[in-house]
Design a binder for this molecule. Structure first.
Ligand code: ADP
Ligand code: MG
Length: 690
């Protein structure tokens, strides 16, 4: 028997939408949020008054009296996030029991900013200044300044549609254009019409402010006054010379190192900041530079010190980026995009820009979200350039030609336009938005992304043909901080007697790497040998379950993790996420049950009930094809990290997958072998028998 995709419901195939616990805040949870304070030895008051924003205090307050929306532009470190809420508090915006809210795209940023502001105000965290992130509320009735994630504010609207608790809402890091920032901007625009007392600050580190201003500046009948204003905080700014590469470079990693050496050879003074796309490239540059310096005939008066920078780097190592190099030594920082807006490094004279960035892209045809290296936008190139010239004039070396620069997109694509719309649609529906496709988005997502998401939600049983949420499934899926396919599995798991197992799998999907990968070949082999103990022939899902269960049975001990090269931090995070998800399941009154390791089929069948659209079939051509549309499907391969990598498949074998990776080929990374009968049983609306 072979399965054929039902043509009646043209729903979607693989979805690699890795929702983290607060949807839209991806893969940043294990990363540090590093803020360097060069004035830490001075008294707090002096530190505050030395920040560039201090001079704009009265102007900010004046503009907020006059306008409902203020777009505030100032470079990272100028004092936007920590000072503006305090200025507002000082002049009484938190009177009448109203609060000042400041949203952050990342949980760690919300917590550390709250701690910093509490320290500056000399109060206990959670008192006057607090934070609230999902499952961790550190506020009290006396809280006046509240830092929270943008995802949480979207959820607060479900209980408080006009956000009446707040007098001012600051959407911080608006330039990042996270999914939730974009959703909030659109929702706040509606609220502002009803609440003339409310103020909104969009704060941004880059200068594309006019689009935001125009978006909020709707002229109402009989009122021609602007509703929104822009304020740019003056930073010191010296000219930066831009040098383009004459010919396209074919290896920007190598070209970056060569450019470093070229600068070094000419004895031009000053530190260098080079932009690359990922940790691997950063490390490769450090290695290459060290190697090349060995044969470099040193006629220069400077020594050179290379420093890596990426978000996963331990805080202790990140500090080195900010420390001054000893005199006579030139510091070269090889960094990912983190140095574009998230951090500011002083005294940079030379910028090297490879012209690329690693970002998630959504493919509506196959419904995958995959990390891909893409050319940056002109705005990004200019922002990178501006990272020099803060202390004196600088130079920017672009490893691409001027023609190539002119061909770049003017602005980067917001996350909402390059992600699956399935979860945003569920949320907007839960917030009472009637027509999600015609909603007034800051940048409307492509129509195809809507149709794909609607098809998926319909086939999952979350919405009816009129695009209304189905009770209770649709509403529960909107509340659950999970990708809708996982949410469906979890909400249906008790019917398959395996909610304990599915709960674990949902938690494990939120973390990146269960295991450490040792760098030496010998260690790698040893790791593979000890880890074989967990391998399940069904595939990665049962294998991961084995790892987690054994970890918990060994009292979550660090030494157990070390023995098996398992990541202690990741597994503990999964453990915590599991506890949090359990609270939802309990609140929805879903019974917990377990297949108790006797019946793996039940677990896999339950996975099919959510991921029926993510199934691939092995073909005689030696690769997999998406079952949804084998003709159009790209060739799919099992990822080398999967336990199924070495399995000799027979044609006609079905594999369900929950994660894809796109590098040289399209890979299925987390996958399990499933049976066609199961698909027919759990998704008869989706498949029919050929
Ligand atoms: P912006 O939001 O404009 O990037 P911030 O308000 O976050 O700026 O930070 C302004 C300055 O306050 C920083 O340059 C740093 O000196 C200090 N600062 C902010 N957060 C912290 C922190 N967690 N610890 C120490 N200093 C901090
Ligand atoms: Mg900030």
């Amino acid at each position: 028997m072979s399965l054929l995709k039902n043509n009646s419901s043209n729903s979607n195939s693989f979805n690699n939408d890795k929702a983290t616990l607060e949807h839209g805040q991806r893969a940043e949870e294990n990363t540090s949020n590093f803020v360097y304070n060069p004035n830490h030895k001075l008294p707090i008051y002096t530190q505050r008054s030395r920040l560039p924003i201090y001079a704009s205090r009265s102007e900010i307050l004046y503009l907020l009296e006059k306008f409902q929306v203020l777009v505030l532009v100032g470079e990272t470190g100028s004092g936007k996030s920590s000072q503006v809420p305090q200025y507002l508090l000082e002049v009484g915006w938190a009177h009448n029991r109203k609060m000042i809210a400041v949203t952050q795209p990342r949980r760690v940023a919300a917590v550390s900013l709250a701690a910093r502001v509490a320290e500056e105000r000399n109060c206990i965290l959670g008192d006057e200044v607090g934070y609230s992130i999902r499952f961790d509320d550190c506020t009290s009735p006396s809280t006046k300044i509240k830092f929270l994630t943008d995802g949480l504010l979207v959820r607060e609207m479900m209980g408080d549609p006009l956000l009446e608790k707040y007098s001012v809402i600051m959407l911080d890091e608006a330039h990042e254009r996270s999914i939730n920032t974009d959703l909030l901007a659109a929702l706040l625009k509606k609220i502002l019409k009803k609440r003339k007392d409310l103020r909104v600050i969009m704060s941004s580190a880059t200068i594309d402010a006019h689009k935001m201003k125009d978006y909020f500046n709707v002229k109402e009948r009989g009122n021609n006054n602007d509703n929104a204003a822009i304020l740019q905080i003056e930073g010191r700014c010296y000219p930066v010379d831009i040098m383009y590469s004459k010919h396209p470079v074919d290896d920007y990693v190598k070209a970056t190192v060569d450019t470093v050496l070229m600068i070094h050879k000419t004895n031009a003074p000053g530190d260098i900041l080079a932009f690359l796309t990922g940790q691997d490239e950063v490390e490769e540059c450090c290695r290459l530079l060290t190697e090349k310096l060995k044969t470099f005939s040193s006629k220069t008066k400077y020594r050179i010190q290379s420093v890596p920078m990426y978000s996963n780097l331990p805080a202790r190592e990140q500090l080195k980026v900010f420390q001054r190099a000893p005199s006579g030594t030139r510091k070269v920082i090889f960094s990912t995009n983190i140095a574009e807006t998230s951090i500011t490094i002083d005294n940079i004279i030379h910028i090297i820009d490879c012209g690329f960035v690693k970002t998630t892209v959504y493919d509506p045809d196959f419904n995958t979200e995959t990390l891909t290296v893409l050319p940056i936008s002109q705005a990004s190139a200019n922002q990178r350039c501006g990272r020099a010239g803060r202390v004196t004039s600088g130079k920017c070396y672009r490893l691409y030609s001027e023609e190539e620069f002119l061909k770049l997109k003017p602005q980067s694509v917001p996350e909402l336009q390059r992600s699956s719309m399935a979860f945003p649609i569920l949320q907007l529906k839960a917030l009472g938005v009637s027509n999600v496709a015609k909603f007034d988005y800051l940048s409307p997502p492509p129509a195809k992304n809507f149709s794909r998401a609607l098809e998926l939600l319909y086939s999952l049983g979350a919405i009816d043909p009129k695009v209304e949420l189905i009770n209770p499934l649709g509403h529960q899926m909107a509340e659950m901080p999970l990708n809708p396919m996982f949410a469906k599995c979890l909400l249906k798991a008790s019917e398959f007697d395996c909610s304990e197992e599915i709960l674990t799998l949902c938690a494990l999907m939120q973390i990146k790497n269960l295991f450490h990968v040792p760098s030496s070949g010998k260690e790698k082999m040893k790791a593979a040998r000890v880890q074989r103990e967990f391998y399940a022939m069904e595939g990665d899902h049962m294998t991961n379950l084995n790892v987690f269960t054994t970890f918990v049975n060994n009292r979550r001990s660090k030494s157990w993790c070390d023995k098996y090269y398992a990541s202690y931090a990741s597994l503990n995070r999964a453990y915590n996420i599991r506890e949090q998800l359990l609270k939802y399941v309990q609140r929805f009154g879903i019974e917990m049950s377990s297949a108790k390791g006797f019946d793996d089929d039940k677990v896999l069948k339950c996975l099919c009930s959510g991921f029926f659209a993510n199934v691939a079939i092995y073909t005689s051509r030696g690769c997999f094809k998406s079952l949804r549309d084998p003709v159009k499907s790209p060739d799919l391969f099992i990822h080398p990290d999967s336990v199924l990598y070495t399995v000799p498949f027979k044609s006609g074998t079905y594999v369900l997958f929950t994660e894809t990776v796109h590098s040289t080929k399209m890979y299925l990374r987390e996958c399990s072998v499933v049976k066609s009968d199961w698909l027919l049983e759990v998704a008869p609306h989706f498949y029919s028998v050929r």
